[in-house]
Design a protein around this ligand. Structure first.
Ligand code: TPP
Ligand code: MG
Length: 578
Protein backbone atom coordinates (compact mmCIF):
# COMPACT_ATOMS: atom_id res chain seq x y z
CA UNK A 1 0.00 0.00 0.00
CA UNK A 2 1.38 3.41 -0.88
CA UNK A 3 2.01 6.06 1.72
CA UNK A 4 -0.78 8.22 0.33
CA UNK A 5 -3.36 5.46 0.55
CA UNK A 6 -2.62 4.56 4.17
CA UNK A 7 -5.27 5.82 6.51
CA UNK A 8 -2.45 6.73 8.85
CA UNK A 9 -0.97 9.12 6.31
CA UNK A 10 -1.00 12.77 7.24
CA UNK A 11 -4.25 14.32 6.25
CA UNK A 12 -3.62 17.94 7.06
CA UNK A 13 -0.06 19.14 6.83
CA UNK A 14 2.08 17.37 9.38
CA UNK A 15 -0.81 16.17 11.49
CA UNK A 16 -0.83 12.51 12.53
CA UNK A 17 -4.21 10.83 12.16
CA UNK A 18 -5.02 8.01 14.54
CA UNK A 19 -8.65 7.81 13.63
CA UNK A 20 -10.14 7.20 10.24
CA UNK A 21 -13.68 7.50 8.99
CA UNK A 22 -16.02 6.34 6.27
CA UNK A 23 -14.88 9.00 3.80
CA UNK A 24 -11.25 7.94 4.05
CA UNK A 25 -11.97 4.23 4.11
CA UNK A 26 -13.94 4.42 0.86
CA UNK A 27 -11.12 6.33 -0.82
CA UNK A 28 -8.43 4.05 0.62
CA UNK A 29 -10.33 0.93 -0.45
CA UNK A 30 -10.71 2.23 -4.02
CA UNK A 31 -7.07 3.30 -4.24
CA UNK A 32 -5.85 0.01 -2.84
CA UNK A 33 -7.69 -1.69 -5.69
CA UNK A 34 -6.17 0.48 -8.37
CA UNK A 35 -9.07 2.86 -8.99
CA UNK A 36 -7.59 5.90 -10.71
CA UNK A 37 -10.68 7.74 -11.90
CA UNK A 38 -14.16 8.46 -10.55
CA UNK A 39 -16.96 9.80 -12.78
CA UNK A 40 -19.11 12.00 -10.62
CA UNK A 41 -21.77 14.63 -9.97
CA UNK A 42 -21.42 16.31 -6.53
CA UNK A 43 -24.09 16.94 -3.90
CA UNK A 44 -25.28 15.73 -0.47
CA UNK A 45 -23.94 13.40 0.92
CA UNK A 46 -20.97 12.82 -1.42
CA UNK A 47 -19.58 16.31 -2.12
CA UNK A 48 -16.74 15.94 0.38
CA UNK A 49 -16.07 12.38 -0.76
CA UNK A 50 -15.43 13.70 -4.28
CA UNK A 51 -13.26 16.54 -2.97
CA UNK A 52 -11.23 14.26 -0.72
CA UNK A 53 -10.78 11.65 -3.43
CA UNK A 54 -9.41 14.36 -5.71
CA UNK A 55 -7.14 15.65 -2.94
CA UNK A 56 -5.81 12.13 -2.40
CA UNK A 57 -4.84 11.65 -6.04
CA UNK A 58 -7.83 9.99 -7.64
CA UNK A 59 -8.87 11.76 -10.83
CA UNK A 60 -12.44 12.92 -10.23
CA UNK A 61 -14.27 13.95 -13.39
CA UNK A 62 -17.27 16.07 -12.56
CA UNK A 63 -20.21 15.90 -15.00
CA UNK A 64 -23.41 17.88 -15.55
CA UNK A 65 -25.74 14.87 -15.33
CA UNK A 66 -25.30 11.48 -13.64
CA UNK A 67 -26.41 9.47 -16.65
CA UNK A 68 -23.41 10.76 -18.55
CA UNK A 69 -21.07 10.14 -15.61
CA UNK A 70 -22.51 6.61 -15.44
CA UNK A 71 -22.05 6.00 -19.14
CA UNK A 72 -18.47 7.23 -18.81
CA UNK A 73 -17.84 4.76 -15.98
CA UNK A 74 -19.41 1.94 -17.98
CA UNK A 75 -17.27 2.45 -21.06
CA UNK A 76 -14.18 2.95 -18.88
CA UNK A 77 -14.94 -0.55 -17.58
CA UNK A 78 -15.25 -1.93 -21.10
CA UNK A 79 -11.97 -0.35 -22.20
CA UNK A 80 -9.89 -1.30 -19.17
CA UNK A 81 -11.47 -4.52 -17.76
CA UNK A 82 -11.53 -2.75 -14.40
CA UNK A 83 -14.87 -1.59 -13.02
CA UNK A 84 -15.57 2.02 -13.93
CA UNK A 85 -16.71 4.00 -10.89
CA UNK A 86 -19.62 6.42 -10.91
CA UNK A 87 -20.37 8.43 -7.76
CA UNK A 88 -23.74 10.11 -7.28
CA UNK A 89 -26.01 11.70 -4.70
CA UNK A 90 -29.13 10.00 -3.38
CA UNK A 91 -32.56 9.43 -4.94
CA UNK A 92 -32.69 11.51 -8.16
CA UNK A 93 -28.93 11.40 -8.73
CA UNK A 94 -28.98 7.67 -8.07
CA UNK A 95 -31.87 7.18 -10.52
CA UNK A 96 -30.07 9.22 -13.16
CA UNK A 97 -27.03 6.98 -12.76
CA UNK A 98 -29.14 3.83 -12.67
CA UNK A 99 -29.99 4.01 -16.38
CA UNK A 100 -26.29 3.80 -17.13
CA UNK A 101 -25.85 0.95 -14.62
CA UNK A 102 -28.65 -1.05 -16.23
CA UNK A 103 -27.21 -0.33 -19.66
CA UNK A 104 -23.77 -1.46 -18.48
CA UNK A 105 -25.25 -4.70 -17.17
CA UNK A 106 -27.10 -5.34 -20.43
CA UNK A 107 -23.87 -4.77 -22.35
CA UNK A 108 -21.70 -6.76 -19.91
CA UNK A 109 -19.50 -3.78 -19.00
CA UNK A 110 -18.01 -3.83 -15.50
CA UNK A 111 -19.12 -0.79 -13.54
CA UNK A 112 -19.84 0.18 -9.94
CA UNK A 113 -22.43 2.83 -9.18
CA UNK A 114 -21.71 4.25 -5.72
CA UNK A 115 -24.55 6.40 -4.44
CA UNK A 116 -24.99 8.19 -1.17
CA UNK A 117 -28.36 7.53 0.45
CA UNK A 118 -30.52 9.03 3.16
CA UNK A 119 -31.03 7.90 6.77
CA UNK A 120 -32.13 4.27 6.88
CA UNK A 121 -34.30 4.73 9.96
CA UNK A 122 -36.32 7.45 8.25
CA UNK A 123 -36.33 5.87 4.79
CA UNK A 124 -37.58 2.52 6.13
CA UNK A 125 -40.37 4.18 8.11
CA UNK A 126 -41.15 6.32 5.05
CA UNK A 127 -41.11 9.47 7.15
CA UNK A 128 -40.12 11.77 4.32
CA UNK A 129 -36.37 12.27 4.58
CA UNK A 130 -34.41 14.51 2.24
CA UNK A 131 -34.19 12.52 -1.02
CA UNK A 132 -35.85 9.53 0.58
CA UNK A 133 -35.67 6.33 -1.43
CA UNK A 134 -34.98 2.63 -0.87
CA UNK A 135 -32.23 2.69 -3.47
CA UNK A 136 -30.92 -0.81 -2.79
CA UNK A 137 -34.27 -2.41 -3.56
CA UNK A 138 -34.65 -0.38 -6.73
CA UNK A 139 -31.15 -1.15 -8.01
CA UNK A 140 -31.27 -4.90 -7.35
CA UNK A 141 -33.24 -6.11 -10.39
CA UNK A 142 -31.31 -3.83 -12.72
CA UNK A 143 -27.76 -4.94 -12.02
CA UNK A 144 -25.61 -7.96 -11.32
CA UNK A 145 -25.27 -7.35 -7.58
CA UNK A 146 -26.24 -4.69 -5.06
CA UNK A 147 -24.77 -4.11 -1.60
CA UNK A 148 -25.32 -1.65 1.24
CA UNK A 149 -22.73 -0.81 3.87
CA UNK A 150 -23.85 0.20 7.37
CA UNK A 151 -20.56 -0.01 9.28
CA UNK A 152 -17.30 1.70 8.41
CA UNK A 153 -15.48 -1.52 9.27
CA UNK A 154 -17.28 -3.24 6.37
CA UNK A 155 -16.28 -0.74 3.66
CA UNK A 156 -13.17 -2.70 2.69
CA UNK A 157 -15.02 -5.97 2.21
CA UNK A 158 -17.92 -4.26 0.45
CA UNK A 159 -15.65 -2.60 -2.11
CA UNK A 160 -13.91 -5.94 -2.68
CA UNK A 161 -17.24 -7.71 -3.22
CA UNK A 162 -18.39 -5.00 -5.60
CA UNK A 163 -15.21 -5.25 -7.69
CA UNK A 164 -15.37 -9.04 -7.88
CA UNK A 165 -19.04 -9.03 -8.78
CA UNK A 166 -18.48 -6.46 -11.53
CA UNK A 167 -15.56 -8.12 -13.34
CA UNK A 168 -15.74 -11.86 -12.69
CA UNK A 169 -17.64 -14.24 -14.96
CA UNK A 170 -19.82 -12.20 -17.29
CA UNK A 171 -19.05 -8.59 -16.32
CA UNK A 172 -21.81 -6.17 -15.40
CA UNK A 173 -23.03 -3.37 -13.20
CA UNK A 174 -22.89 -3.38 -9.40
CA UNK A 175 -24.59 -1.00 -7.02
CA UNK A 176 -22.99 0.08 -3.75
CA UNK A 177 -25.26 1.96 -1.36
CA UNK A 178 -23.51 4.22 1.15
CA UNK A 179 -25.87 5.89 3.66
CA UNK A 180 -24.89 9.42 4.69
CA UNK A 181 -24.13 8.40 8.25
CA UNK A 182 -21.45 5.97 7.13
CA UNK A 183 -19.13 8.70 5.89
CA UNK A 184 -18.58 10.31 9.27
CA UNK A 185 -18.42 7.04 11.23
CA UNK A 186 -15.08 6.98 12.97
CA UNK A 187 -12.85 4.01 13.75
CA UNK A 188 -9.31 3.33 14.82
CA UNK A 189 -7.04 4.06 11.86
CA UNK A 190 -4.97 0.91 12.21
CA UNK A 191 -8.03 -1.31 12.44
CA UNK A 192 -9.44 0.58 9.47
CA UNK A 193 -6.32 -0.13 7.42
CA UNK A 194 -6.54 -3.79 8.36
CA UNK A 195 -10.16 -3.94 7.24
CA UNK A 196 -9.27 -3.09 3.63
CA UNK A 197 -9.12 -5.88 1.07
CA UNK A 198 -6.99 -5.93 -2.06
CA UNK A 199 -8.80 -8.14 -4.55
CA UNK A 200 -6.55 -10.89 -5.86
CA UNK A 201 -7.29 -12.25 -9.36
CA UNK A 202 -10.60 -10.42 -9.69
CA UNK A 203 -11.61 -12.13 -12.92
CA UNK A 204 -10.17 -15.64 -12.70
CA UNK A 205 -9.66 -17.57 -15.94
CA UNK A 206 -12.46 -20.04 -16.63
CA UNK A 207 -10.99 -22.95 -18.52
CA UNK A 208 -13.29 -24.77 -20.95
CA UNK A 209 -13.73 -28.54 -20.71
CA UNK A 210 -11.51 -30.45 -23.19
CA UNK A 211 -14.57 -32.42 -24.34
CA UNK A 212 -16.36 -29.16 -25.21
CA UNK A 213 -13.37 -28.02 -27.27
CA UNK A 214 -13.20 -31.33 -29.13
CA UNK A 215 -16.94 -31.23 -29.86
CA UNK A 216 -16.69 -27.68 -31.18
CA UNK A 217 -13.74 -28.51 -33.44
CA UNK A 218 -15.51 -31.61 -34.78
CA UNK A 219 -18.52 -29.51 -35.73
CA UNK A 220 -16.34 -26.79 -37.26
CA UNK A 221 -14.34 -29.35 -39.24
CA UNK A 222 -17.56 -30.82 -40.69
CA UNK A 223 -18.58 -27.45 -42.14
CA UNK A 224 -18.72 -26.72 -45.85
CA UNK A 225 -19.69 -23.09 -45.31
CA UNK A 226 -18.38 -22.05 -41.88
CA UNK A 227 -18.70 -18.58 -40.37
CA UNK A 228 -17.34 -17.01 -37.18
CA UNK A 229 -19.21 -14.11 -35.57
CA UNK A 230 -17.15 -11.97 -33.21
CA UNK A 231 -19.08 -9.98 -30.59
CA UNK A 232 -18.00 -7.21 -28.25
CA UNK A 233 -17.33 -9.89 -25.61
CA UNK A 234 -14.44 -10.99 -27.83
CA UNK A 235 -13.21 -7.40 -28.06
CA UNK A 236 -13.57 -6.93 -24.29
CA UNK A 237 -11.37 -9.97 -23.62
CA UNK A 238 -8.22 -8.20 -24.89
CA UNK A 239 -6.82 -11.37 -26.46
CA UNK A 240 -6.62 -9.75 -29.88
CA UNK A 241 -3.58 -11.67 -31.15
CA UNK A 242 -5.02 -15.03 -30.12
CA UNK A 243 -8.31 -14.32 -31.87
CA UNK A 244 -6.56 -13.16 -35.01
CA UNK A 245 -4.34 -16.24 -35.01
CA UNK A 246 -7.38 -18.47 -34.59
CA UNK A 247 -9.26 -16.80 -37.45
CA UNK A 248 -6.26 -16.92 -39.77
CA UNK A 249 -5.25 -20.48 -38.91
CA UNK A 250 -8.81 -21.72 -39.34
CA UNK A 251 -9.26 -19.74 -42.56
CA UNK A 252 -12.93 -19.23 -41.63
CA UNK A 253 -14.66 -16.04 -42.83
CA UNK A 254 -15.83 -13.74 -40.06
CA UNK A 255 -18.41 -11.11 -39.24
CA UNK A 256 -17.79 -8.54 -36.52
CA UNK A 257 -20.65 -7.15 -34.50
CA UNK A 258 -20.75 -3.39 -34.20
CA UNK A 259 -18.38 -2.87 -31.26
CA UNK A 260 -16.20 -5.81 -32.33
CA UNK A 261 -15.38 -4.05 -35.60
CA UNK A 262 -11.63 -3.62 -35.86
CA UNK A 263 -10.80 -6.63 -33.70
CA UNK A 264 -9.48 -7.73 -37.06
CA UNK A 265 -9.36 -4.98 -39.67
CA UNK A 266 -12.65 -4.69 -41.54
CA UNK A 267 -10.51 -4.83 -44.69
CA UNK A 268 -9.08 -8.27 -43.76
CA UNK A 269 -9.37 -10.76 -46.68
CA UNK A 270 -11.50 -13.10 -44.53
CA UNK A 271 -13.91 -10.34 -43.48
CA UNK A 272 -17.44 -11.04 -44.67
CA UNK A 273 -18.74 -7.71 -43.34
CA UNK A 274 -19.75 -6.46 -46.78
CA UNK A 275 -21.49 -9.78 -47.55
CA UNK A 276 -23.40 -10.03 -44.27
CA UNK A 277 -26.79 -11.09 -45.56
CA UNK A 278 -25.25 -13.71 -47.84
CA UNK A 279 -23.17 -15.39 -45.15
CA UNK A 280 -25.93 -15.38 -42.55
CA UNK A 281 -28.27 -17.10 -44.98
CA UNK A 282 -25.85 -19.57 -46.50
CA UNK A 283 -23.50 -20.61 -43.69
CA UNK A 284 -23.93 -24.19 -42.45
CA UNK A 285 -21.88 -23.88 -39.24
CA UNK A 286 -21.77 -20.65 -37.24
CA UNK A 287 -19.35 -20.12 -34.36
CA UNK A 288 -20.29 -17.29 -32.02
CA UNK A 289 -17.40 -15.81 -30.05
CA UNK A 290 -18.54 -13.44 -27.31
CA UNK A 291 -21.65 -12.63 -29.37
CA UNK A 292 -25.20 -13.35 -28.23
CA UNK A 293 -28.07 -14.52 -30.42
CA UNK A 294 -30.28 -11.61 -29.37
CA UNK A 295 -32.30 -9.26 -31.58
CA UNK A 296 -29.15 -7.92 -33.19
CA UNK A 297 -28.72 -11.36 -34.79
CA UNK A 298 -32.44 -11.95 -35.27
CA UNK A 299 -32.38 -14.55 -32.47
CA UNK A 300 -30.60 -17.01 -34.78
CA UNK A 301 -33.70 -17.76 -36.83
CA UNK A 302 -36.13 -16.44 -39.41
CA UNK A 303 -35.62 -14.81 -42.78
CA UNK A 304 -32.21 -13.33 -41.93
CA UNK A 305 -30.80 -16.81 -41.48
CA UNK A 306 -32.28 -18.33 -44.65
CA UNK A 307 -33.42 -21.90 -45.18
CA UNK A 308 -30.09 -23.73 -45.12
CA UNK A 309 -29.89 -25.92 -41.98
CA UNK A 310 -27.35 -24.60 -39.52
CA UNK A 311 -25.37 -25.77 -36.55
CA UNK A 312 -24.28 -23.30 -33.92
CA UNK A 313 -21.13 -23.39 -31.81
CA UNK A 314 -21.05 -20.78 -29.06
CA UNK A 315 -18.21 -19.52 -26.90
CA UNK A 316 -19.36 -17.58 -23.87
CA UNK A 317 -18.39 -17.22 -20.23
CA UNK A 318 -22.03 -17.47 -19.14
CA UNK A 319 -23.44 -21.02 -19.24
CA UNK A 320 -27.03 -19.73 -19.28
CA UNK A 321 -26.37 -18.07 -22.63
CA UNK A 322 -26.38 -21.49 -24.32
CA UNK A 323 -29.70 -22.48 -25.96
CA UNK A 324 -31.15 -19.07 -25.04
CA UNK A 325 -32.79 -18.62 -28.44
CA UNK A 326 -32.04 -21.74 -30.47
CA UNK A 327 -30.17 -25.01 -29.98
CA UNK A 328 -26.41 -24.72 -29.57
CA UNK A 329 -24.90 -28.04 -30.67
CA UNK A 330 -21.44 -27.24 -29.33
CA UNK A 331 -21.46 -25.01 -26.26
CA UNK A 332 -18.02 -23.89 -25.07
CA UNK A 333 -18.22 -22.26 -21.67
CA UNK A 334 -15.21 -20.33 -20.45
CA UNK A 335 -13.40 -17.06 -20.81
CA UNK A 336 -12.75 -16.11 -24.42
CA UNK A 337 -8.96 -16.16 -24.10
CA UNK A 338 -8.84 -19.67 -22.62
CA UNK A 339 -11.43 -20.98 -25.07
CA UNK A 340 -9.84 -19.59 -28.21
CA UNK A 341 -6.37 -20.74 -27.09
CA UNK A 342 -7.72 -24.23 -26.49
CA UNK A 343 -9.34 -24.25 -29.95
CA UNK A 344 -6.03 -23.17 -31.48
CA UNK A 345 -4.18 -25.97 -29.71
CA UNK A 346 -6.81 -28.47 -30.79
CA UNK A 347 -6.68 -27.39 -34.44
CA UNK A 348 -2.99 -28.20 -34.71
CA UNK A 349 -0.88 -27.47 -37.76
CA UNK A 350 -2.84 -29.42 -40.36
CA UNK A 351 -6.26 -27.84 -40.10
CA UNK A 352 -8.17 -27.94 -43.38
CA UNK A 353 -9.32 -24.50 -44.44
CA UNK A 354 -12.88 -23.95 -45.71
CA UNK A 355 -13.71 -24.98 -49.30
CA UNK A 356 -12.57 -22.42 -51.84
CA UNK A 357 -16.00 -22.13 -53.49
CA UNK A 358 -17.41 -20.74 -50.19
CA UNK A 359 -14.62 -18.21 -49.95
CA UNK A 360 -15.10 -17.27 -53.60
CA UNK A 361 -18.86 -16.78 -53.16
CA UNK A 362 -18.22 -14.40 -50.24
CA UNK A 363 -15.45 -12.51 -52.02
CA UNK A 364 -17.64 -12.00 -55.10
CA UNK A 365 -20.56 -10.67 -53.05
CA UNK A 366 -18.28 -8.46 -50.95
CA UNK A 367 -16.55 -6.94 -53.97
CA UNK A 368 -19.89 -6.33 -55.67
CA UNK A 369 -21.34 -4.54 -52.64
CA UNK A 370 -18.21 -2.45 -52.08
CA UNK A 371 -18.14 -1.41 -55.75
CA UNK A 372 -21.82 -0.46 -55.61
CA UNK A 373 -21.26 1.74 -52.55
CA UNK A 374 -18.03 3.45 -53.70
CA UNK A 375 -19.44 6.22 -55.93
CA UNK A 376 -22.05 7.21 -53.33
CA UNK A 377 -19.29 7.77 -50.77
CA UNK A 378 -17.44 10.13 -53.07
CA UNK A 379 -20.21 12.64 -53.72
CA UNK A 380 -19.53 16.21 -52.61
CA UNK A 381 -23.18 17.32 -52.36
CA UNK A 382 -24.21 20.36 -50.33
CA UNK A 383 -26.25 20.04 -48.21
CA UNK A 384 -24.66 16.67 -47.56
CA UNK A 385 -26.34 13.30 -47.66
CA UNK A 386 -25.26 10.63 -45.17
CA UNK A 387 -23.08 8.81 -47.70
CA UNK A 388 -21.10 11.86 -48.76
CA UNK A 389 -20.46 12.92 -45.15
CA UNK A 390 -19.58 9.41 -44.04
CA UNK A 391 -17.30 8.94 -47.04
CA UNK A 392 -15.24 11.84 -45.66
CA UNK A 393 -15.18 10.43 -42.12
CA UNK A 394 -14.24 6.99 -43.45
CA UNK A 395 -11.10 8.54 -44.94
CA UNK A 396 -10.22 10.23 -41.64
CA UNK A 397 -10.52 6.97 -39.70
CA UNK A 398 -8.46 5.10 -42.29
CA UNK A 399 -5.68 7.64 -41.90
CA UNK A 400 -5.94 7.71 -38.10
CA UNK A 401 -6.76 4.13 -37.13
CA UNK A 402 -5.93 4.54 -33.45
CA UNK A 403 -8.54 7.25 -32.93
CA UNK A 404 -11.63 6.23 -30.94
CA UNK A 405 -14.95 6.48 -32.78
CA UNK A 406 -18.13 7.04 -30.81
CA UNK A 407 -21.39 6.65 -32.72
CA UNK A 408 -25.09 7.08 -31.95
CA UNK A 409 -28.25 8.04 -33.81
CA UNK A 410 -30.46 6.11 -36.22
CA UNK A 411 -29.35 6.72 -39.82
CA UNK A 412 -26.18 8.27 -38.43
CA UNK A 413 -25.50 5.04 -36.54
CA UNK A 414 -26.55 2.41 -39.04
CA UNK A 415 -24.87 4.00 -42.03
CA UNK A 416 -21.68 4.88 -40.15
CA UNK A 417 -21.40 1.30 -38.89
CA UNK A 418 -21.59 -0.01 -42.43
CA UNK A 419 -19.44 2.61 -44.12
CA UNK A 420 -16.61 3.41 -41.70
CA UNK A 421 -14.06 0.60 -41.66
CA UNK A 422 -12.30 0.00 -38.36
CA UNK A 423 -8.71 -1.20 -38.19
CA UNK A 424 -7.91 -1.69 -34.51
CA UNK A 425 -9.69 -3.40 -31.58
CA UNK A 426 -11.98 -1.45 -29.19
CA UNK A 427 -11.92 1.72 -31.27
CA UNK A 428 -15.62 1.73 -32.04
CA UNK A 429 -17.98 2.48 -29.14
CA UNK A 430 -21.67 2.81 -29.78
CA UNK A 431 -25.25 2.34 -28.61
CA UNK A 432 -24.71 -1.36 -27.86
CA UNK A 433 -27.29 -4.00 -27.06
CA UNK A 434 -30.17 -1.66 -26.27
CA UNK A 435 -29.63 0.81 -29.09
CA UNK A 436 -29.76 3.50 -26.45
CA UNK A 437 -29.45 7.20 -27.22
CA UNK A 438 -27.45 9.29 -24.78
CA UNK A 439 -24.15 7.41 -24.49
CA UNK A 440 -22.29 9.88 -26.71
CA UNK A 441 -20.67 12.50 -24.50
CA UNK A 442 -20.17 10.20 -21.50
CA UNK A 443 -18.36 7.68 -23.70
CA UNK A 444 -16.38 10.47 -25.37
CA UNK A 445 -15.12 11.86 -22.07
CA UNK A 446 -14.12 8.46 -20.68
CA UNK A 447 -12.57 7.28 -23.95
CA UNK A 448 -10.34 10.36 -24.02
CA UNK A 449 -9.40 10.01 -20.36
CA UNK A 450 -8.85 6.26 -20.26
CA UNK A 451 -6.94 5.92 -23.53
CA UNK A 452 -5.29 9.31 -24.09
CA UNK A 453 -6.25 8.95 -27.78
CA UNK A 454 -8.18 11.45 -29.87
CA UNK A 455 -11.92 10.84 -29.96
CA UNK A 456 -14.31 11.38 -32.86
CA UNK A 457 -17.98 11.32 -31.83
CA UNK A 458 -20.34 10.94 -34.78
CA UNK A 459 -23.75 11.91 -33.51
CA UNK A 460 -27.26 12.22 -34.86
CA UNK A 461 -28.69 15.62 -33.91
CA UNK A 462 -31.31 13.90 -31.75
CA UNK A 463 -28.80 11.49 -30.21
CA UNK A 464 -26.48 14.34 -29.29
CA UNK A 465 -29.26 16.15 -27.46
CA UNK A 466 -29.44 13.41 -24.82
CA UNK A 467 -26.01 14.27 -23.44
CA UNK A 468 -25.16 17.53 -25.20
CA UNK A 469 -24.62 19.63 -22.07
CA UNK A 470 -21.43 17.67 -21.42
CA UNK A 471 -19.72 19.73 -24.12
CA UNK A 472 -19.00 22.03 -21.20
CA UNK A 473 -17.32 19.10 -19.41
CA UNK A 474 -15.28 18.34 -22.53
CA UNK A 475 -14.16 21.99 -22.70
CA UNK A 476 -13.54 22.21 -18.94
CA UNK A 477 -11.17 19.24 -18.99
CA UNK A 478 -9.81 20.32 -22.40
CA UNK A 479 -10.23 16.86 -23.90
CA UNK A 480 -9.17 15.97 -27.47
CA UNK A 481 -12.74 15.28 -28.55
CA UNK A 482 -14.16 16.19 -31.96
CA UNK A 483 -17.95 15.95 -32.12
CA UNK A 484 -19.58 15.78 -35.54
CA UNK A 485 -23.32 16.35 -35.46
CA UNK A 486 -25.22 15.00 -38.43
CA UNK A 487 -27.76 17.77 -38.42
CA UNK A 488 -30.74 16.68 -40.53
CA UNK A 489 -33.10 18.73 -38.34
CA UNK A 490 -34.76 15.79 -36.69
CA UNK A 491 -35.22 12.24 -35.58
CA UNK A 492 -34.65 10.12 -38.73
CA UNK A 493 -35.55 13.10 -40.99
CA UNK A 494 -36.40 16.74 -40.65
CA UNK A 495 -39.32 16.72 -43.04
CA UNK A 496 -42.35 15.50 -41.05
CA UNK A 497 -45.41 17.76 -40.96
CA UNK A 498 -48.09 17.87 -38.27
CA UNK A 499 -51.40 17.25 -40.00
CA UNK A 500 -53.49 18.80 -37.23
CA UNK A 501 -52.47 22.18 -35.86
CA UNK A 502 -49.51 24.52 -35.73
CA UNK A 503 -47.21 22.61 -33.37
CA UNK A 504 -44.17 21.15 -35.11
CA UNK A 505 -44.30 17.44 -36.01
CA UNK A 506 -43.02 15.15 -33.25
CA UNK A 507 -39.83 14.14 -35.04
CA UNK A 508 -38.54 17.51 -36.23
CA UNK A 509 -36.25 20.07 -34.60
CA UNK A 510 -35.49 23.73 -35.25
CA UNK A 511 -34.37 24.13 -38.86
CA UNK A 512 -30.91 25.49 -39.64
CA UNK A 513 -29.83 25.20 -36.02
CA UNK A 514 -26.17 25.77 -35.26
CA UNK A 515 -24.89 23.31 -32.69
CA UNK A 516 -21.36 24.60 -33.29
CA UNK A 517 -22.26 27.75 -31.35
CA UNK A 518 -22.81 25.66 -28.21
CA UNK A 519 -19.15 24.70 -28.26
CA UNK A 520 -18.03 28.28 -28.71
CA UNK A 521 -20.03 29.27 -25.64
CA UNK A 522 -17.58 27.22 -23.54
CA UNK A 523 -14.37 28.19 -25.31
CA UNK A 524 -14.21 25.23 -27.68
CA UNK A 525 -13.95 25.38 -31.46
CA UNK A 526 -17.20 25.43 -33.44
CA UNK A 527 -17.36 24.79 -37.19
CA UNK A 528 -20.30 24.78 -39.58
CA UNK A 529 -19.59 22.32 -42.42
CA UNK A 530 -21.83 22.21 -45.48
CA UNK A 531 -19.92 19.83 -47.78
CA UNK A 532 -17.89 16.61 -47.36
CA UNK A 533 -14.71 18.48 -48.28
CA UNK A 534 -15.32 21.06 -45.55
CA UNK A 535 -16.15 18.30 -43.10
CA UNK A 536 -12.96 16.41 -43.88
CA UNK A 537 -10.82 19.51 -43.43
CA UNK A 538 -12.55 20.46 -40.18
CA UNK A 539 -12.16 17.01 -38.61
CA UNK A 540 -8.50 16.79 -39.56
CA UNK A 541 -7.86 20.24 -38.11
CA UNK A 542 -9.66 19.28 -34.90
CA UNK A 543 -7.68 16.08 -34.43
CA UNK A 544 -4.39 17.79 -35.26
CA UNK A 545 -5.07 20.58 -32.78
CA UNK A 546 -6.38 18.30 -30.03
CA UNK A 547 -8.82 21.08 -29.12
CA UNK A 548 -12.41 20.35 -28.12
CA UNK A 549 -14.32 20.88 -31.36
CA UNK A 550 -17.93 20.58 -32.48
CA UNK A 551 -18.70 20.42 -36.18
CA UNK A 552 -22.27 21.08 -37.25
CA UNK A 553 -22.50 18.91 -40.39
CA UNK A 554 -25.45 20.17 -42.42
CA UNK A 555 -27.32 17.11 -43.76
CA UNK A 556 -30.28 17.23 -46.14
CA UNK A 557 -33.38 16.94 -43.90
CA UNK A 558 -34.88 14.53 -46.44
CA UNK A 559 -31.88 12.19 -46.51
CA UNK A 560 -32.74 9.71 -43.74
CA UNK A 561 -35.18 6.82 -43.42
CA UNK A 562 -37.54 6.01 -40.53
CA UNK A 563 -35.57 4.29 -37.71
CA UNK A 564 -32.51 3.84 -39.96
CA UNK A 565 -32.07 0.12 -40.65
CA UNK A 566 -34.56 -1.16 -38.07
CA UNK A 567 -37.78 0.39 -39.33
CA UNK A 568 -39.27 -3.12 -39.44
CA UNK A 569 -39.45 -3.07 -35.61
CA UNK A 570 -42.03 -0.24 -35.62
CA UNK A 571 -45.52 -1.54 -34.83
CA UNK A 572 -48.04 -0.53 -37.48
CA UNK A 573 -51.53 0.75 -36.79
CA UNK A 574 -54.03 -1.57 -38.40
CA UNK A 575 -56.76 1.05 -38.21
CA UNK A 576 -54.63 3.69 -39.94
CA UNK A 577 -54.20 1.38 -42.93
CA UNK A 578 -57.95 1.08 -43.62
C1 TPP B 1 -33.00 6.54 -24.59
C2 TPP B 1 -33.62 6.46 -25.93
N1 TPP B 1 -34.70 7.22 -26.21
C3 TPP B 1 -35.25 7.18 -27.43
C4 TPP B 1 -34.80 6.31 -28.38
C5 TPP B 1 -35.49 6.25 -29.74
N2 TPP B 1 -34.59 6.71 -30.80
C6 TPP B 1 -33.93 5.86 -31.60
S1 TPP B 1 -32.94 6.64 -32.65
C7 TPP B 1 -33.40 8.15 -32.07
C8 TPP B 1 -32.80 9.40 -32.63
C9 TPP B 1 -32.59 9.35 -34.12
O1 TPP B 1 -32.34 10.63 -34.62
P1 TPP B 1 -30.89 11.17 -34.84
O2 TPP B 1 -30.04 10.88 -33.69
O3 TPP B 1 -31.00 12.59 -35.25
O4 TPP B 1 -30.40 10.23 -36.04
P2 TPP B 1 -30.75 10.34 -37.59
O5 TPP B 1 -31.52 9.12 -38.00
O6 TPP B 1 -31.55 11.60 -37.81
O7 TPP B 1 -29.43 10.37 -38.26
C10 TPP B 1 -34.33 8.04 -31.05
C11 TPP B 1 -34.93 9.19 -30.34
C12 TPP B 1 -33.68 5.51 -28.04
N3 TPP B 1 -33.13 4.65 -28.89
N4 TPP B 1 -33.11 5.61 -26.82
MG1 MG C 1 -31.21 13.48 -37.06
Amino acid sequence: MSEASTPNAAHDAGQERELTDGFHLVIDALKLNGVETIYHVPGIPVTDLGRMAQAEGIRVISFRHEQNAGNAAAIAGYLTQKPGICLTVSAPGFLNGLTALANATTNCFPMILISGSSEREIVDLQQGDYEEMDQLAIAKPLCKAAFRVLHAADIGIAVARAIRAAVSGRPGGVYLDLPAKLFSQVMDAEKGAQSLVKVIDAAPAQIPAPSAIKRALDVLASAKRPLVILGKGAAYAQVDDTIRAFIETSGVPFLQMSMAKGLLPDTHPQSAGAARSTVLKEADVVMLVGARLNWLLSHGKGKTWGDAPKKFIQIDIEPKEMDSNIEIVAPVVGDIGSCVSALMDGMGANWTKPPSDWMATIAAKRDENIAKMAPRLMNNNSPMDFHGALGALRTVVKERPDMILINEGANTLDLARGIIDMYQPRKRLDVGTWGVMGIGMGYAVAAAIETGKPVLAVEGDSAFGFSGMEVETICRYNLPVCIVIFNNSGIYRGTDVNTNGSDPATTVFVRDSRYDKMMEAFGGVGVNATSPDELLRAVNAAIDSGKPTLINAVIDPAAGTESGRIGNLNPQSVVKKK
